[in-house]
Structure formats: structure tokens, C-alpha cells
Write a protein of this length. Structure first.
Length: 97
């Protein structure tokens, strides 16, 4: 008797899923099914280049004047791996920029 109940429940669930799929396909307009073509964009490269130059320009002063010494530079704690990840700016101050 339990097998018959499972079979009829599965049939009802599958029929309901098929009905929902058909209703969704029938109610969706055809124009929404296609993606409209993109408008042609001009000078897209210029903002991308300016953004890249801005990012590189901000990192250059830190690289050019790298003669800083942190308070923990050269100490034993800066070579211990688990804790150095937490205090690395004190070992190497370039990460503060």
C-alpha cells in the first residue's frame, strides 16, 4: 500500500512541475526571451587606461622611497609564520602605504 502512495505522490509532483513549466513558458513574452544588442561604445579604452595609471601611480611613491625600517624589522618574531601574518606591517612598513 505504501508503494502505491509514493507512486501517486510522485505523479502529482511531476504533473505540478510540468504545469508550472508550461505556464511560465506560455506567459513569458517572446521579446523578453531575447537579449537586445548592445549599443556601440566609443573610447572605452581611455577610462580603463586612466584607472590603471591611477593605481600604478599611487604605488610608485611607496616603492621609490623604500628605505623605511619598522620597529620589528630583523627580529625573530618577523620570521615566525603564524604570527607574522598579523604583525607584518610592523616588520615591513611598505604595507602601511
Amino acid at each position: 500500500m505504501a508503494r502505491r502512495t509514493r507512486t501517486s505522490t510522485l505523479s502529482v509532483v511531476l504533473a505540478l512541475a510540468a504545469a508550472c513549466l508550461l505556464a511560465q513558458l506560455a506567459l513569458t513574452p517572446l521579446s523578453a526571451a531575447f537579449i537586445s544588442p548592445r549599443a556601440e561604445q566609443k573610447n572605452v579604452e581611455v577610462p580603463a587606461v586612466l584607472g590603471a595609471l591611477a593605481v600604478l601611480g599611487t604605488s610608485l611613491p611607496a616603492q621609490a622611497s623604500y628605505n623605511w625600517v619598522g620597529p620589528l624589522t630583523g627580529s625573530e618574531i618577523c620570521s615566525t609564520k603564524p604570527i607574522v601574518w598579523l604583525i607584518y606591517p610592523l616588520c615591513d612598513p611598505v604595507f602601511l602605504v
